[in-house]
Design a protein around this ligand. Structure first.
Ligand code: T1G
Length: 688
């Protein structure tokens, strides 16, 4: 074994060379790896004793892609393109031996190798689209030549990897190596078989692209128009596959490179790369003693089997963690468990899970009517009615029932977690776990750190959040935590704008065009206008109250700010437009023409301002946490990076200037955050 450099080794044994990379943590194709591989291949290809080469990686995974942290910086080290071209044209067969996650440039490296073997547990994929990029090392030209145009389009525009077995079935992997077997040895054995039968290097560049018809591309664009809306990368990928089908291989490669360069230099990819690292940074909790260990969580308890409680329970059942769910009334309990069952049956009907999975998950669910059933739980999450008295009473009871060391969590979306914790004798074991509806789908989990929450309780919450497939983000205690506190600013401005001269349709159109899946008024109709509203206490003080009094409570009543047909398609309501004009007149508001720019600035900039306050107060650990919250919990378009990244895109000075311009209309008590002024004055950025 020769160490070519600190991260790449080369060994030769009886005619077969093994080139192996060991670059923690994921064998990213960083400059040092490319340098090592380039030198190793030169050596192996020049060595007459070598007749075949195996490329493999040590550690937890085959190459997980290009080194994302190198993008946007001056190029260093050997070129990946030159290396891959060298492997492609090699006169000796090269076998890739794959385990873990061969992604992006890592999978492209495997595709340029002439043969591929893998463990069934391996995953291969091209997730570049999630970084606002396209596979820029030949993937858009080689993958269609293996799986056909249609499948290649699907894999590259979704960015979703496929498992070893499916990759084998698709013809990507030539041989599956039994799980647990020595992959390196299996790779060498496969190379020897190739030599034994005199198999030549097999180059994908020589294969045709199957199934590439103009209809396919037109249909694909049309079918995905909604999903791809606003993103630049998907269209570029489609153009690359079209080039793969219509141009000679090297011209297709040139098309790929040109489009890649455009994307990598653009703000969208910069935003989405920032989000990639932001999501990883969010997992890190500042100020914890090093080596703080998580407590084991073998059984979870849920109090409340309503929409949130049921959704929360599914997250744990999906991961094989037993759940005891408790309700006060049998009917509510039956309704809750039936909803969970129905959700699973729907997933099975769509082929997402099997009937056996449904049975296994339901078998882990233990419904109950007494809190005492929770005594053996390691973690209990309450999802009961949002009322402080109800929550503190419940925590007092749980405190008496649960064993020492158990964690008590509240799913409140805005109440004071410290006050809830103070209702127990163990505030150090209390934490907020704020899930987002639908809780079994939404990725975001706000982990609310109370004043007395113990370090290991926080670590347990963060670790568990990742285990159940969430993006956990730490928030301090304040009204509405990070997300809802900023959302309130957008709601205030939306409500003001429709009185001053705009209408819900206009505000929602601007928000939609900005990239949100829907605007604030359509979202309110979806959530229900009567959240927190009571008929008895209603006084018609707001447009929203008046709509509820008219039984226009949102989609669920077929009418809210908009009218809805049976298919829930929305349309403008002349009645609502008139109600708003009358309401404004009643309040003596002189309506005026409001342009889209003002609407957008007043929806977004007060949120950024609130984000700056949240940062200054230490409620959020870092600006990227705020952005990760908004992208994973509130539909902020990923290609805009999040509110704080967007502030840096338009410039903090521009945000301050616009807020000063709109100040007379931003409402009483609105103040510009000192941190925002400071960042603007110093020409700094929030997001580094
Ligand atoms: N580059 C740089 N750092 C990376 C990295 C990468 N490709 N992948 C992971 N890391 C870091 C990550 O920041 C974290 O660091 C640590 O590794 C562990 O990651 C030319 C253009 C592989 C499935 O998009 O999806 O190739 O926080 O916490 O949950 O066409 O990482 O510890 O300091 O995520 O076990 C394409 C990205 C690149 C794959 C492992 N590749 N990575 O997940 O660990 S673009 C990707 C992942 C490209 C070519 C193009 C995941 C993972 P730290 P982790 P994990």
């Amino acid at each position: 074994m020769t160490a070519i450099n600190p991260v790449v080794d080369l060994s030769v044994d009886d005619g077969v060379a093994v080139i192996s990379s060991h670059h923690e943590p994921v064998n990213a194709l960083s400059a040092i790896v490319r340098d090592g591989l380039t030198a190793a291949f030169e050596q192996a290809l020049a060595d007459p004793a070598v007749r075949a080469i195996v490329l493999t990686c040590a550690g937890r995974t085959f190459f997980a892609g290009a080194d994302i942290s190198e993008f946007g910086k001056p190029p260093q080290g050997a070129s990946l393109h030159a290396l891959l071209d060298r492997i492609d044209r090699a006169a000796k067969p090269v076998v890739a031996a794959i385990h873990g996650t061969a992604l992006g440039g890592g999978f492209e490296t495997a595709l340029v190798c002439h043969y591929r073997v893998a463990l069934p547990s391996a995953k291969v994929g091209l997730p570049e689209v999630k970084l606002g990029l396209l596979p820029g090392a030949g993937g858009t030209q080689r993958l269609p030549r293996v799986v056909g145009a249609a499948k290649a389009l699907e894999l590259m525009t979704s960015g979703t990897p496929v498992g070893g077995k499916q990759a084998h079935a698709l013809g990507i992997i030539d041989e599956l190596v039994p799980e647990g077997a020595d992959l390196r040895a299996a790779g060498v054995a496969y190379a020897r078989q190739l030599l034994a039968r005199g198999a030549p290097p097999r180059r994908l560049r020589e294969q045709p692209v199957a199934g590439a018809t103009p209809e396919l591309f037109a249909d694909f664009r049309q079918r995905n128009a909604k999903a791809f809306r606003g993103f630049d990368a998907p269209e570029a990928i489609i153009q690359c596959v079209e080039a793969a089908a219509s141009q000679p291989f090297d011209e297709g490669l040139a098309t790929e490179r040109r489009l890649f360069q455009q994307l990598v230099a653009g703000v969208q990819s910069r935003a989405q790369r920032y989000v990639f690292f932001g999501e990883r940074a969010a997992a890190k909790v500042d100020g914890l003693p090093p080596g703080t260990a998580a407590r084991p969580v073998k059984r979870v308890g849920i109090v409340g089997a309503g929409t949130m409680g049921g959704g929360i329970a599914m997250n744990f059942l999906n991961r094989g963690i037993p759940v005891t769910i408790v309700e006060t009334a049998a009917a509510a309990l039956e309704r809750g468990t039936a909803t969970i069952r129905r959700n699973y049956d729907n997933s099975a009907a769509r082929g997402r899970i099997s009937a056996a999975d449904v049975a296994a998950r339901m078998a882990l669910l233990a419904p109950g009517l007494e809190l005492e059933r929770l005594a053996d739980c390691d973690l209990v999450i309450e999802a009961v009615y949002e009322d402080m008295a109800v929550k503190t009473e419940l925590f007092r009871k749980l405190d008496a029932i649960l064993r020492p060391g158990a964690i008590l969590a509240t799913n409140t979306s805005y109440l004071d977690v410290n006050q809830i914790a103070a209702a127990t004798g163990r505030p150090q074991d209390v934490v907020g776990l704020h899930f987002f509806s639908p809780a079994n789908v939404m990725k975001l989990l706000e982990v609310v750190r109370g004043a007395k929450t113990a370090p290991e309780v926080l670590v347990t919450a963060m670790t568990l959040g990742k285990t159940i497939g969430k993006v956990p983000v730490v928030s301090g205690v304040c009204h509405g935590f990070i997300g809802n506190r900023m959302l309130a600013q957008r709601r205030i401005q939306g409500d003001a704008l429709i009185l001053e001269g705009a209408l819900p349709w206009d505000v929602d159109r601007v928000a939609y065009d900005f990239g949100w899946p829907m605007g604030p008024f359509q979202m309110s109709d979806l959530a229900g206008l009567d959240l927190g509203w009571s008929k008895e206490k209603s006084t018609g003080a707001t447009v929203r109250e008046r709509l509820c009094e008219l039984d226009r409570r949102g989609q669920k009543t077929g009418a809210g700010y908009y009218d809805y047909d049976a298919k829930r398609n929305r349309s403008r309501s002349a009645l609502v437009d008139k109600l708003i004009l009358d309401f404004a007149a009643e309040k003596g508001i002189q309506r005026r023409a409001i342009d889209d720019r003002e609407i957008l600035e007043r929806l977004v900039y007060p949120m950024i301002n609130e984000g700056a306050k949240i940062l200054a107060e230490g409620i959020a650990q870092r600006a990227s946490d705020i952005d990760v919250v908004w992208i994973n919990g509130y539909g902020w378009p990923a290609y805009r990076g999040g509110p704080m990244f967007y502030a840096d895109t338009v410039g903090a000075a521009e945000v301050v200037a616009a807020l000063e311009r709109h100040a007379p209309r931003l409402g009483e008590g609105f103040t510009i955050a000192p941190l925002l002024r400071e960042v603007a004055a110093q020409g700094r950025r929030f997001t580094g």
